[in-house]
Design a protein around this ligand. Structure first.
Ligand SMILES: NC(=O)c1ccc[n+]([C@@H]2O[C@H](COP(=O)([O-])OP(=O)(O)OC[C@H]3O[C@@H](n4cnc5c(N)ncnc54)[C@H](OP(=O)(O)O)[C@@H]3O)[C@@H](O)[C@H]2O)c1
Length: 332
């Protein structure tokens, strides 16, 4: 059986471009004892994949040159030599940018129930994006009624869910986005009370949108946006460092204004969050989000391509803000 695969051709510095990848066709090997074959349905396109191919500041070894691009995906088990994994079951896991994956239990993140929610949500709303929004807000942000929650990349797969959950907790979510169109979507669909466009002067716009200061900062971008935001935090504010979309490269280390005094005088707490520290909580968190979805209390958007060859370009597009919701490549 032929297996189309996106492999890493060369190692990028900064945001990977299509020329760093190659589309190849391989043959699916025979299954060994304990292995199973997953047929991918939806490939996930995630900002974190930039880190998977860079040597810079990695906490896991980068994808080797010539190897299949590391990626999460939703797939169906079509053959199994593992007694605990059954043909016909669907999983979200580390299946790579390819048609088929010879997987082991170590590849799995979560078994999916197609009756719980549409399969595609397994890689978005009920995948790392929604789970991060829910768990990071709950663990670190802890928004209280009336507090202002500022969210960067607010119209995206994580940010759109943060806005709705913050609003449900009685807080006042404010979106930071790259266009008026996304800002209006945040107001109309994702529970946000106001938005600011970071492509325009930010400081005064932020002050106007957050007159009581920012109690919780859910930061997906870092960089100069975060520098500006930290200077408008309320006393005892909490900062969730979730992503660094705005940093093109970590080599050399980015320089910027120093916010030490802001952290001290405003008594801020800044905590990094990595969803893979919380795998044991995925099922419970996904069940909670799926129940909200069924009750009509949660909206999500997906931006679905259909050509595996365009997966590398899709990653570039996410870094350009061209995605409209969770970016996926549907294979079948
Ligand atoms: N910590 C974790 O465990 C974890 C898990 C999942 C995701 N994340 C992080 O969450 C963030 C959002 O991920 P996602 O998958 O939901 O993607 P997304 O928000 O759907 O897409 C990324 C968005 O970032 C914005 N963006 C791109 N470049 C930017 C820049 N230079 N400055 C400001 N904004 C920029 C764009 O929106 P605009 O058009 O508004 O610019 C783009 O649409 C990423 O940083 C990701 O790494 C972290």
């Amino acid at each position: 059986m032929d297996n189309r695969q996106i492999t890493l051709r060369s190692r990028p510095i900064g945001i990977p471009q299509p020329e760093h990848f190659e589309l190849r066709t391989a043959v699916v090997p025979e299954l060994g004892e304990g292995e199973f074959l997953v047929e991918n349905c939806y490939l996930s396109v995630d900002p974190a994949q930039r880190g998977y191919v860079n040597d810079e500041n990695n906490y896991a070894p980068p994808v080797p040159i010539g190897a299949v691009m590391r990626a999460m995906a939703v797939g169906k088990v079509i053959a199994s030599r593992n007694a605990s994994v059954h043909t016909g079951d669907h999983y979200y896991g580390w299946f790579g940018w390819q048609d088929y994956c010879v997987a082991t239990p170590a590849s799995l993140l979560r078994r999916l129930d197609p009756d719980q929610a549409p399969l595609s949500t397994g890689a978005g709303l009920l995948g790392i994006n929604g789970l991060t929004a829910y768990l990071a807000l709950q663990d670190i942000g802890k928004p209280k009624a009336g507090e202002t929650v500022l969210v960067t990349a607010a119209a995206g797969a994580v940010g759109s869910i943060v806005g709705q959950l913050a609003r449900q907790s009685g807080a006042r979510p404010v979106a930071v986005v790259g266009s008026e169109e996304k800002g209006r979507q945040c107001l109309a669909e994702y529970g946000y009370a106001a938005f600011v466009n970071y492509k325009e002067p930010l400081e005064d716009a932020l002050r106007a949108a957050c007159p009581d200061g920012i109690h919780v900062f859910f930061d997906n971008t870092g960089g100069t946006i975060a520098d500006t935001v930290l200077r408008q935090m309320a006393l005892f504010g909490r900062v969730i460092q979730c992503g660094t979309m705005s940093i093109a490269s970590w080599v050399p280390a980015p320089q910027g204004p120093r916010n030490d005094r802001e952290i001290l005088t405003r008594r801020l707490r800044i905590e990094g969050f990595v969803i893979f520290d919380h795998i044991a909580r995925y099922d419970a968190a996904a069940t909670h989000l799926a129940a909200l979805l069924k009750a009509g209390k949660l909206r999500y958007a997906e931006d679905i391509g259909h050509d595996i060859a365009l997966a590398p370009q899709a990653l570039v597009d996410v870094y350009s803000g061209l995605n409209r919701g969770k970016k996926l490549i549907r294979l079948r």
